[in-house]
Design a protein around this ligand. Sequence first.
Ligand SMILES: O=C(O)CCC(=O)C(=O)O
Ligand SMILES: [Fe+2]
Length: 334
Amino acid sequence: MAPVLVESPNEGSIDGDLPSKLRANQGTVLQEKLGWLKATPSSASTVEIRQRLEEDGYVWIKGLLPQEDVLDMRRHFFSQFDGTGLLKPGTSYVDGIYNSDEDVSLHRGVGGGNPAGEAELRHLTEAHTTKNHPQLRGMVRSVMGWEEEVMLQRTLLRHSVPGGDSTGIHYDRLFLRGGNAYFLTAWVPVGDVSSIGGGLYYLADSVSLGEAMETDYSERAKSFTEEEKISAFNQSMGSTGYLADHPDQFAEEHERVATKAGWSSDRYKWLIGDFEAGDVVFHHPSVIHGSCGNDDPQGRIRLSTDLRFYNKADFDQGAADNRWTKYWHVDDKL
Ligand SMILES: O=C(O)CCC(=O)C(=O)O
Ligand SMILES: [Fe+2]
């Protein structure tokens, strides 16, 4: 699909023109169902940041990490793809511009399918330098009020190329049912990501809906084996573990639970943002989200990482999902 050209507000604000539509795999979301995510400055008080996370299910913190550190990682990541045809010839690593002569299906990364092979898999898991950033770790502790945090080793680095598939709609608990403790996700764009450039989009006010879906699932899963109960890929889920590929399909296929939870068809608003290098979005285990198709007007590859944190006290008591304490692998079925 040709890129949709829009004036990008790139201010991380709720103002600015929304794109006329958003692509998400086989579906599109029209402007009337779109809205802007709220942005919070990194100087906001802990009380305010906690309030955003509690009320909205996410808190998008502007400029938490020094931009140069994030851009160094982007530069390093793409420098490892020399000879793979991924980048447009003559462009720089840090820009990460996709070589549109390439067959999209060869460069799906983790965000839009599986990596092309072992070499790419190695690049995806090794080139990871923001995860131990002190500002990031400090923010996790202060938002959550934890003395010490544990980051799960299964950290993902996902690149999604223009025209490729995007991450289906889900809430994170679906994939981390192997522990009851609260965990916090940090989604870190590694480079700027425009509002139609493949970033995350969230269903507004959806924590309670995610929780209702999980309760409904537990009832349906009563007769499953213990192993099946915690798997997102069990007999009651799709083959990908996601709830849906795109927003309309989500609303149609989950209407029964949504109606029971008091949702009417006009309530669905999908929130997007113009993310910049240095921003971090933290989110709740039950907030419903996915990533949109990458139609970036400049052809930039969306690169991001997503990290999961538990309170060390919970972790030590065995209340975390220990299936995620190993590096990601293409066959790990998580
Ligand atoms: O980056 C993506 O495509 C998906 C990330 C995600 O779902 C998350 O951070 O929880
Ligand atoms: Fe997620």
